[in-house]
Design a binder for this molecule. Structure first.
Ligand code: FES
Length: 460
């Protein structure tokens, strides 16, 4: 079976954000007429018209949809907490299905069970907390085989901007849990995605994808997931999810207290390279390497602060294109979040650096004190993972040469987002040792100054 790209159809239906558009035969999508990024899905099934997570349908829009597909017979929700979305349709006689309620799904829909929610609350802008709270059944995704070579309808767990799923740092689950979620979606082998949150395309998000430097070239078309396409559907779903699994696009907001120095109101979400590595406010990114996205750096204000008040530790992670495509940005995000959770946001700067020349063994993470030494906690973390690099090189039939050894003397290779809490715990212990009189032994970092490492982005 060949994959068919989803393309908007039914061009005779007047277009507008709140007007349903037939995006595939028997599938309509529309956006919340009240604003926001919520999108609804309608399916013409043998059981009648089924709506999934439907935002409001204004009278004219509903008449248009029901005129084309018959009356709304069922509403299916991906989370029980979204029940208010179903109310206008339930009031006019539609049956409502929610996770955790016994009874078959209408219209041949199937459930994609998602991993149990972490203890943290899952948030999506405009959606509140997600599953796993107060005994609420977990969120599910819904799968409809007859359309789009397998149409996967996702709920609050997978916000999308344009064609790109985004990881909203601090609101999404920890990166390792997010990866489990993406794996669960991939297990459905979907041909097309219909996300419940699909904002219009944003160039900054496109420029944050793993193949950003190749966008628009034939290389990009061959190798990367699409970054352009209809707002109301995402073709090549498996490629999109695979790329999200390996190189998620991270969105950040200014940290509380910093936002007030900028614009009034809630800070906007920024694609990672355009957010200051310390405060998260908008800034100009630095260079890019290895065909990847731009590399974030400090904003001018934070640069001034760090000249006079350097952090106790810098965690440096390669953010070149090759490392980005195997998860380096997710590692950076995980370390940033772990440091914040430990109350070390001011003591530890998480610094993306450019290509270290060892692209085959990324993501690479190193740590330096203000004096340019490797703290003992970081050295222990690195040494404990040395064997796996050797085994990896053997499996890949690669040689760790003298250049590799130089990098491996300072950086841990093949770091995964789930290892960030351990690294930060070790660093916290090192900092406590320093605070108790600076007695903690630190390994010298060969040939490195206090604030610059190989590959460090300019003005970081
Ligand atoms: S991109 Fe990270 S080592 Fe080259």
């Amino acid at each position: 079976m060949t994959r068919r790209e989803a393309r908007p159809e039914g061009r005779d239906i007047p277009a507008g954000p709140g007007t349903p558009v037939e995006v595939l035969p028997g599938v309509w999508r529309w956006a919340d007429p009240n604003g926001g990024d919520r999108c609804g899905t309608a399916l013409a099934t043998p059981d009648g018209l089924v709506l999934v997570d439907p935002p409001a349908l204004e009278d004219g829009a509903r008449r248009l949809l029901e005129g084309a597909a018959g009356p709304v017979r069922h509403v299916a929700l991906t989370r029980a907490r979204l029940i208010s979305l179903a109310q206008p349709f339930g009031d006019s006689g539609a049956a409502v299905w929610t996770p955790g309620v016994p009874g078959p799904l209408p219209g041949g829909l199937a459930v994609c069970q998602l991993p149990a929610g972490p203890t943290e609350r899952w948030h999506v802008a405009g959606a509140g907390a997600a599953g796993g709270q107060d005994g609420e059944p977990e969120e599910v995704a819904l799968f409809w085989a007859p359309a789009g070579d397998g149409l996967l309808i996702t709920g609050d767990c997978l916000p999308v901007v344009g064609q790109t799923p985004v990881y909203r740092e601090g609101e999404a689950p920890p990166p390792a849990a997010y990866a489990d979620l993406i794996r669960a979606l991939l297990a459905m082998d979907p041909g097309t995605l219909a996300p419940a949150h699909q904002a219009p395309p944003a160039p900054e998000v496109v420029q944050a994808t793993g193949y950003a430097a190749h966008v628009g070239t034939s290389f990009h078309r061959r190798r990367a997931a699409p970054v352009e396409g209809p707002r109301f559907l995402i073709p090549q779903a498996t490629r999109v999810l695979e790329e999200t699994l390996l190189g998620p696009v991270v969105l950040r907001r200014a940290v509380p207290g910093e936002a007030s120095r900028g614009a009034e109101g809630e800070a906007p979400w920024l694609a990672d390279p355009f957010a200051c590595i310390r405060c998260g406010r908008a800034t100009t990114p630095a260079v890019r390497t290895c065909g990847g996205p731009l590399i974030p750096r400090l904003c001018p204000d934070c640069r001034g602060v760090r000249r006079t008040q350097p952090p106790a530790l810098r965690v440096m992670a390669c953010a070149g294109g090759c490392c980005t495509r195997v998860g380096a940005r997710a590692v950076l995000s995980a370390v940033r979040q772990a440091a914040a959770a430990e109350g070390l946001r001011e003591s530890i700067d998480v610094v993306p650096v450019s290509c270290l020349g060892e692209c085959g063994i990324g993501p690479l993470v190193g740590v330096a004190t203000a004096g340019g030494e490797e703290p003992a906690g970081a050295a222990a973390f690195r040494v404990a993972r040395r064997t796996r690099v050797e085994q990896f090189a053997e499996t890949e039939d690669e040689e760790l040469d003298a250049d590799s050894e130089r990098v491996l003397d300072r950086f841990t290779a093949l770091v995964q987002p789930g290892e960030a809490p351990e690294l930060v715990e070790r660093l916290a212990a090192s900092l406590r040792g320093q605070g108790a009189g600076g007695t903690e032994p630190a390994a010298p970092a060969p040939g490195k100054g206090p604030s610059r490492a190989p590959g460090l982005a300019p003005d970081s």
